[in-house]
Design a protein. Structure first.
Length: 358
């Protein structure tokens, strides 16, 4: 196995893992998961399933080698960021043995995602596989509805995660989002950011090391503030250029270096809509692996009404009342397509309508 390479043996001495949530007693874990924010926060899609990520095994070469030979170990598979799933209404990730023939397309060693009741679970990326009759154009559409079937697993298909995210259970959603995010990090971080030399996979996929200069590189997560801005009975909704006709959602933007999440909420709302925001509070977060964001859902109270759009960033921004949003969710507002189900904007709006932001 590649895990037994010299660089990995070396890694054992280099880093140790910090304390992890799964090591804490159950009551503490439950309190830790609940936190002090919104009561329903972790019901959001990709809100987490309490997966034991087994971080202490990532650098343990003998343990990883044993898992590789353990008949209970399973692997999920992604192709160009699309997980392999099976089923109709309710979908499940396909869990295959590590030596399944489909893994022959894998470009690198699998990533250890964690430990389930049945055994360890890994992820393999088989993006090198070239399906027959592939329509490349469909993969870059705003919504990729195409599905690809590999002949060695004919009862399953690769499907765009955003299309199927609400049909996966919490565990499979967490596994798929984790595998997708870390897979795209490896794809775009093959070279050392310090010296430019090719870097190598390390720590069962959770690190890259540069053999030339010795730098360690870790998976990145980009913080994004997404804000439910309200003023009385109305909320601020915007649409970006290129979105499908009528689609509106909460405003959002990347948190900048040196900035708090609250400050980012105020700055982005001012830049995109010209609206001033006073009190801001955090509500819920959502890992958004498209490709590597962590969405911080916040509630901001507007202190001004007038909208002045930044045309570079926004196609339109408008105030919408609770009634208009409720109509849109019910499909009775032909001018407004509300935020996609499964996205945190949809979750925040739904909870606002139901008076459940606390
Ligand atoms: Zn380097």
């Amino acid at each position: 196995m590649l895990w037994l390479s010299e660089s990995h043996k070396h890694s054992l001495k280099v880093l140790t893992s910090g304390p992890a949530l799964h090591l804490l007693p159950e009551p503490v874990r439950v309190r830790a998961r609940q936190g002090g924010a919104m009561r329903h926060a972790e019901e959001v899609t990709f809100g987490g399933s309490g997966l034991d990520r087994a971080a202490e095994l990532r650098g343990d070469i003998p343990a990883l080698a044993a898992l590789a030979n353990d008949g209970a170990t399973r692997c999920i598979v992604l192709w160009r960021g699309k997980p392999l799933v099976r089923g109709e209404r309710g979908l499940e990730l396909v869990r295959l043995p590590l030596d399944h023939p489909i893994m022959a397309h894998a470009g690198q060693e699998p990533v250890l995602l964690g430990r389930e009741e049945a055994g360890a679970i890994f992820a393999h990326d088989i993006s090198h596989w070239a399906p027959e009759d592939l329509d490349e154009h469909s993969l870059t559409a705003f919504v990729d509805a195409s599905e690809q079937v590999h002949p060695r697993v004919p009862d399953a298909r690769f499907a765009e995660l955003r299309m199927i995210m609400t049909r996966l259970n919490a565990r499979d959603a967490e596994l798929a989002a984790t595998a997708r995010a870390i897979g795209s990090w490896h794809k775009t971080h093959g070279f050392c950011a310090q010296c430019g030399a090719p870097s190598v996979v390390h720590k069962a996929g959770w690190e890259r090391i540069c053999p030339a200069c010795g730098a360690h590189h870790f998976p990145r997560t980009d913080p994004v503030a997404i804000m439910l801005i309200t003023r009385g009975n109305k909320t601020l909704m915007g649409r970006s250029p290129g979105w499908p006709k009528g689609m509106y959602s909460c405003l959002a933007g990347f948190v900048e270096p040196g900035e708090t999440i609250e400050a980012a909420v105020r700055r982005e709302t001012w830049e995109e809509a010209g609206v001033r925001v006073g009190a801001v509070r955090y509500l819920a977060s959502q890992p958004w692996a498209f490709p590597s964001s962590l969405m911080f859902g916040c509630h901001g109270e507007a202190i001004s009404d007038e909208i002045k759009i930044d045309p570079e960033e926004m196609d339109d921004v408008r105030w919408m009342t609770r009634e208009e949003i409720a109509d849109a969710f019910a499909g009775n507002n032909p001018d407004v397509l509300p935020a996609r189900k499964g996205a945190i904007a949809h979750f925040l709006l739904r909870n606002w309508l139901a008076d459940r932001l606390d």
